[in-house]
Design a protein around this ligand. Sequence first.
Ligand SMILES: NC(=O)c1ccc[n+]([C@@H]2O[C@H](COP(=O)([O-])OP(=O)(O)OC[C@H]3O[C@@H](n4cnc5c(N)ncnc54)[C@H](OP(=O)(O)O)[C@@H]3O)[C@@H](O)[C@H]2O)c1
Length: 237
Amino acid sequence: MEKVIILTGASRGIGRAAALMLAKENIVVMASRDINALIELKKEIGASGGKSEALPCDVAKENEVKKMIEDTIQKFGRIDVLINNAGFGIFKRADKFSLEEVENLFRVNLFGVFLCVKYTAPYMIEKKNGQIINISSVAGLNGFKGGSAYSATKFALNGYSESLREDLKEFGIAVSLVCPGGVNTGFGGAVADGKISRDFLLEPEDVARTIKYLVDESETANAKMIELKPRRRKEFR
Ligand SMILES: NC(=O)c1ccc[n+]([C@@H]2O[C@H](COP(=O)([O-])OP(=O)(O)OC[C@H]3O[C@@H](n4cnc5c(N)ncnc54)[C@H](OP(=O)(O)O)[C@@H]3O)[C@@H](O)[C@H]2O)c1
């Protein structure tokens, strides 16, 4: 069955790969700050017969999240799946962070998810059905050098997701976490600046395939967490 899917952070990387894969069988509402990139992606999806919509949204801004979700409901009448993928990283020694940098990481990686859930969940609760898929990281399961602030946001996201699942399961809403290791995207930080080798990384399509598996999961099941490792990588991530 064709699902209406909101996918944040669809303009690049994992989100872009997931949008291309999911739009073959679903309607994907792509949300991020770079509306021009989303419009180009919408054209690409349309050219190969897929269905999507491009909506501008900074997930850290409550008014933009609220509008993006209201616009989705106005246009498609329902939200079957929310994929919280928007996120970024800053990596350095713990004492080198400014408070503002840490606050910004939490604003996007955690509060952005909180806002998208806050405004989407009521529609799913009303329908007594839905799926929320949160893109976390192995950094939400393990600490690592330089990862203090980023890991803190992803550990927090994992804790939030565990409780969210308990809150929503009586309404038939599944909550899943995907925790990928290093992915070959332009993701800011250690991977992008070459401190972590690009050898043996996951490809964005690997994560997209895992997301698609969750979107296609049966209505009676809820895979709680998938930790996706690059197969040949020596380091934990
Ligand atoms: N790459 C990795 O190694 C890795 C590993 C594990 C987990 N992850 C997680 O996977 C997710 C996607 O990462 P990626 O590797 O695909 O990164 P990416 O290539 O840098 O893409 C990040 C996406 O998030 C969006 N985004 C960032 N800030 C946003 C905001 N304030 N509001 C709305 N959208 C925002 C960006 O869109 P705009 O710039 O258009 O807003 C972009 O589409 C993140 O949550 C990341 O933490 C990544």
